[in-house]
Write a protein that binds this ligand. Structure first.
Ligand code: NDP
Ligand code: MG
Length: 377
């Protein structure tokens, strides 16, 4: 039986992970879970699965059943708890240090938190290698590519094609983007996810982060990573080999499938989540355009500029999305803010985790200044 730690157990990825474990009680047990502020849900989940190691990282708990608190407590829980796999479902850049704690303590990492890879891809790959543990992508597109690459040699791969639903505004006239409200932007057509990633899906900054994530995870140049809009969200990604053949991973849009695959790796187990009936489906694909989704193209630029530009793209976008979520800036100002933040010099490459954190903080301060100016306009 594999022992699992779930970070961000009260979020969307957390909920899906719990559902996978509920359906496979003989294969998995939960050793520890974390939440940031939702103490009630954390305790409910601990009760259902009889979990003794609990962490509330964002506020002082009322219950004395919670042994670990704060950011430090979270890292300590990950290191001290005996487990095989850590599922990282924390939202945003706060997921980075917990990922490093998991790898350092010799646990496999099932990674939904894409920020970990975008911020420190090279260092994370090195840590996994050094500690002889697996980095298992949970992001549906990367899980798809990971499965597709299992029987292929690196030198046979010509291209990775990430699919994107196109979000709620793939058909909205670009002139109307200025009228988009928070409610409109949170309504994703095919996936139910946390607030930050839902906004990123609407701007396609999420796909931009995923291009960077694919580059780091699979060691593929940016020019060989393509994005196709596929509104049905059934083909989760494709690869093209040198001979021109293409291979696709197809399944229903259900995060429990990539989560289960990460937990059962290297095995593939029976799924109780239903099967896709292709006879009832039609699949369509088209190219994203620059005017509608400028943040996707900005992510490519950040990747080509190298240095700390990908890190800066992530941090600036996080600040801009938070400002939009709080109602401080409009939808189109998210792109404006990130573009302006990337005009500063972020060419210095971060060689250590400390310098990643330092540059990340500098980008955030710089971007907060841009947001403040836009708010005062
Ligand atoms: P949610 O917002 O639904 O959940 C976030 C979880 O992280 C909650 O448990 C929350 O606790 C906890 N959390 C929030 N802030 C912090 C913090 N500062 N420190 C520690 N824990 C924190 O997010 P999602 O589940 O949607 O996304 C999680 C990650 O997975 C993101 O990186 C996202 O990009 C990625 N992802 C998500 C997908 C999805 O389908 N949702 C698909 C692919 C990738 P609390 O409830 O107490 O606030
Ligand atoms: Mg994804």
């Amino acid at each position: 039986m594999k022992k699992i730690i779930i970070l961000g157990a009260t979020g969307s990825i957390g909920k899906n992970t719990l559902s996978v474990i509920r359906s496979n009680r003989d294969d998995f047990s939960i050793a520890a879970i974390s939440a940031h502020t939702n103490e009630e849900k954390l305790l409910k989940c601990a009760h259902e699965f009889n979990i003794s190691h609990l962490c509330l990282s964002g506020k002082k708990p009322d219950s004395d059943h919670i042994d670990y608190t704060g950011e430090k407590g979270l890292l300590q829980m990950i290191e001290e708890t005996e487990a095989d796999i850590v599922v990282n479902g924390i939202a945003g850049s706060s997921g980075l240090l917990p990922s490093t704690a998991a790898l350092r303590s010799g646990k496999h990492l099932a990674l939904a938190n894409k920020e970990t890879i975008v911020m420190a891809g090279r260092l994370i790959n090195e840590l996994a290698h050094k500690n002889r543990v697996n980095l298992l992508p949970v992001d549906s597109e990367h899980s798809a590519v990971f499965q597709l690459l299992r029987n292929k040699k690196q030198e046979e791969i010509a291209e990775i094609i990430l699919t994107a639903s196109g979000g709620p505004f793939r058909k909205t006239a670009v002139d109307d983007f200025k009228n988009i409200t928070l409610r409109d932007a949170l309504k994703h057509p095919t996936w139910s996810m946390g607030r930050k990633i839902s906004i990123d899906s609407a701007t396609m900054a999420n796909k931009g982060l995923e291009v960077i994530e694919a580059h780091e995870l699979f060691n593929i140049k940016a020019k060989n990573i393509k994005v196709l809009i596929h509104p049905e969200s059934m083909v989760h990604s494709l690869i093209r080999t040198l001979d021109g053949e293409m291979y696709a991973q197809i399944s229903s849009p259900d995060m429990r499938i990539p989560i289960q695959n990460a937990l059962t790796y290297p095995d593939i187990k029976y799924s109780t989540f239903g099967f896709l009936d292709l006879a009832q489906s039609s699949l369509s694909f088209y190219n994203p355009d620059k005017e509608r989704f400028p943040l996707l193209f900005l992510a490519y630029q950040a990747l080509e500029l190298e240095g700390s530009y990908p890190l800066a793209f992530n941090a600036a976008n996080e600040i801009a999305v938070n400002a939009f979520l709080r109602g401080n800036i409009g939808f189109t100002a998210i792109h404006q803010t990130v573009m302006e933040a990337l005009n500063a010099d972020w060419s210095l490459q971060a060689e250590t985790l400390d310098s990643v954190m330092k540059i990340d903080r500098a980008v955030r301060t710089h971007t907060a200044g841009i947001v403040k100016r836009l708010t005062e306009l």
